[in-house]
Design a protein around this ligand. Structure first.
Ligand code: COA
Ligand code: AMP
Length: 630
């Protein structure tokens, strides 16, 4: 069956489609019914089933002839080490860690925070939680202690699993001070922390709270797989919203197993046994879906990469890993390809490796600019598939179903909606738009299995964030259009979320941090165009009356504040002190106009602007740091 026939089949019988897809999962108690309408825009999938996520990702492969197949290949150019772990070995590791957690009193439904770099133990940790029905919440290593504290208070973990350090080029990121700082700041205190000591940087353990990971695993009794209901939360993953408080996206167990498993063949075109690689981080949704669960559930070998696209040691790292480990499908963010292209414009490194194993490159996480796609297509000689999705959905909303039927690529479009998603372009009144017309991108409810059923502890926020603007639809927060052939084009966010190096960040959160500076009276943070990272945040601050310290000093303090309170990942390097911010007469800051000025784009003078002269002041300030040159 080709794409159009399959999409139509799904539309005719969505529940039948997803019950059929569910047959590829091993159930303790199979679902009798697919969809459960809980009213008020709340839906759940496979709620009557019993299942275990870890069993599907690990144990069933050991039982079905894949015991000796590699489950994980850890390739760490930053430490110069490689490690290969079979499914049988993974089962032992995970069962031991799960047993250690059980011995510490962690049981079904308890939350566990995971704060880990890209080491195999990060996957062990996720899978160990899944094994005993604990709900994990992975926090990206590039976040500061304050962000970790916010998550500790929101999901109140019984345990935290962390490593002694992460490794960034040229610096060791000691995790323990961040962890201690976060626990100190948080109102909620975890009962126990398991610390993985890495030889690159050992840390002291806090008596009475911290335990040595290796020691407790050695002593542990392996735990079995605990069945959970299909609608049991597998994990909570925090993502940026409009305010400083991150949104805790909840993922239910059964839906994510079924949906991810379906995507591995239909979208990523891999068969069980193939090597699949997503060069992301376990702290992001790509890491959850396509470093850990998707490939393992489907019986693929997953590559865990600890390094960067360039500099570890060079722009050939991606291609070396693909050739060396026989990677079939490779997934990364456009920013990573831009970084490689900048270092190796002629693709000399690409030619050094035999990439005949690779079928296609998949890009997501941010807009894939046509230049990058064309460069990669030409230099690799392989299809490049852009696909569009979000932390909230957990898997592709629109993509090219290459394993089912590779559709013609239209550069600039992530291709077509996947079964499960009835994507509509709506005008402000919520009316569907004609092909070619711009509008808000919304998805008719219900969303498919594997997508968010709610936000952790925040059902009201869930409805307000996603369900109220367009009744009957999920509001994606992206704007774009669909062409006559049903190809989707993603143009921009409709909210204050920006995307920096494929990392989703909130300008609102950064503004909250800047506003906390004692000398700052008012501020705005906007995402301006950046040739490497897609977008880069720039802060504009107005000082309180009477403050006459050097502006450079205050700007440097603003930069430091964001690094300290949000983390290096915010990549906030520029703060400009200005006298006034451009506003409408009703006081709304004209952020979009500021972005256009920075990016040298034409703009219409907003009719409601209070004082147009302020825009010139903004332009002058931007010119001092190399923007608004046009
Ligand atoms: N732990 C601690 N710090 C981290 C970190 C982590 N896991 N990840 C990034 N950081 C730090 C970086 O070291 C950098 O610090 P610096 O300001 O001291 O230089 C800062 O956060 C910003 O990081 P980043 O925006 O990633 O920039 P970079 O210059 O280090 O690297 C790229 C640029 C393009 C090579 C890099 O962004 C990249 O590989 N991106 C791929 C994106 C990706 O995988 N996204 C996942 C979604 S699909
Ligand atoms: P995240 O939740 O971090 O995956 O970020 C999701 C957001 O990133 C989306 O809402 C889009 O704004 C953007 N995004 C992700 N993939 C793409 C893509 N292929 N094209 C354009 N934007 C994308």
């Amino acid at each position: 069956m080709g794409y159009h026939a399959l999409y139509e089949a799904w539309k005719q019988d969505p529940e039948g489609f997803w019950l059929d897809a569910a047959k590829a999962i091993d159930w303790v108690e199979p679902p009798k019914k697919a969809l459960f309408d809980r009213g008020a825009d709340m839906y759940e999938w496979y709620a009557d089933a019993q299942v275990n996520g870890c069993y599907n990702a690990v144990d069933r492969h050991v039982e079905n002839g894949r015991a000796d197949q590699f489950a994980i290949i850890h390739d760490s150019p930053i430490t110069g080490t490689k490690q290969k772990i079979t499914f049988a070995e993974l089962q032992t590791r995970v069962a031991k860690l799960a047993g250690a957690l059980q011995a510490q009193g962690v049981t079904k439904g308890d939350r566990v925070i995971i704060y880990m770099p890209m080491v195999p133990e990060a996957l062990d940790a996720m899978l160990a939680c899944a094994r005993i029905g604990a709900v994990h919440s992975v926090v990206f290593g590039g976040f500061a202690a304050n962000e970790l504290a916010v998550r500790i208070d929101d999901c109140t973990p019984k345990a935290i699993l962390a490593a002694s350090c992460g490794l960034e080029p040229g610096r060791v990121v000691a995790y323990k001070p961040l962890l201690d700082g976060a626990i100190e700041m948080a109102r909620h205190k975890p009962e126990v922390c398991l610390i993985l000591q890495r030889e690159q940087h050992l840390c002291d353990l806090t008596p009475g709270r911290d335990l040595d990971w290796a020691e407790v695993c050695d002593a542990a009794t392996p735990a079995g797989c605990v069945p959970v209901a299909g609608n049991h939360p597998a994990y909570i993953l925090y993502t940026s919203g409009t305010t400083g408080a991150p949104k805790g996206v909840v993922r239910h167990t059964a839906g994510h197993l079924v949906a991810l498993n379906w995507t591995m063949k239909n979208i990523y075109n891999v068969d069980p046994g193939d090597v699949f690689w997503a060069a992301s981080d376990v702290g992001w949704v790509v890491g959850h879906s396509y470093i850990c669960y998707g490939p393992l559930v489907h019986g693929n070998t997953t590559v865990v990469f600890e390094g960067k696209p360039i500099g570890t040691p060079d722009a050939g790292t991606f291609w070396r890993i693909i050739a060396e480990h026989n990677v079939r499908s490779f997934f990364t963010a456009p920013t990573a390809i831009r970084a490689v292209r900048r270092e190796d414009p002629e693709g000399d490194f690409i030619r050094k490796y035999d990439l005949s194993c690779l079928r296609a490159l998949y890009l997501a996480g941010e807009r894939a600019d046509p230049d990058t796609i064309i460069w990669a297509q030409e230099k690799l000689g392989k299809p490049v598939y852009d696909h569009w999705w979000q932390t909230e959905t957990g898997f592709t909303i629109a993509g090219n179903p290459a394993g089912l039927e590779a559709l013609p690529v239209k550069i600039g479009s992530p291709t077509v909606p996947m079964p499960g998603y009835d994507v509509q372009i709506l005008d402000e009144a919520g009316q569907p738009q004609k092909p070619g017309a711009l509008g808000a991108i919304a998805i008719r409810l219900p969303l498919p299995p594997g997508t968010l059923p709610t936000l952790w502890n925040a059902e009201d926020r869930f409805r307000k964030s996603y369900m109220t603007t367009f009744p009957g639809y999920y509001e994606t927060g992206d704007a774009g259009m669909m062409d006559e052939d049903g190809y989707l084009y993603i143009m921009a966010r409709t909210d204050d979320v920006i995307n920096v190096a494929g990392h989703r960040l909130s300008t609102g959160a950064m503004e909250e941090v800047l506003a906390g500076h004692p000398d700052v009276a008012e501020c705005a943070v906007v995402g301006v165009g950046d040739a490497l990272k897609g977008q880069a945040p720039i802060g504009f601050v107005c000082l309180s009356k009477g403050v006459n310290r050097p502006h450079a000093e205050i700007a440097a303090e603003c930069v430091k504040r964001i690094r300290d309170q949000i983390g290096p990942v915010a990549a906030f390097k520029q703060a400009l002190v200005v006298d006034r911010l451009p506003k409408t007469r009703s006081g709304k800051i004209l952020r979009a106009t500021m972005v256009k000025i920075a990016d040298n784009q034409d703009f219409k003078m907003p009719a409601t602007i209070d004082d147009p002269a302020i825009l010139d002041e903004i332009r002058t300030a931007l010119q001092t740091i190399g923007y608004a040159q046009g």
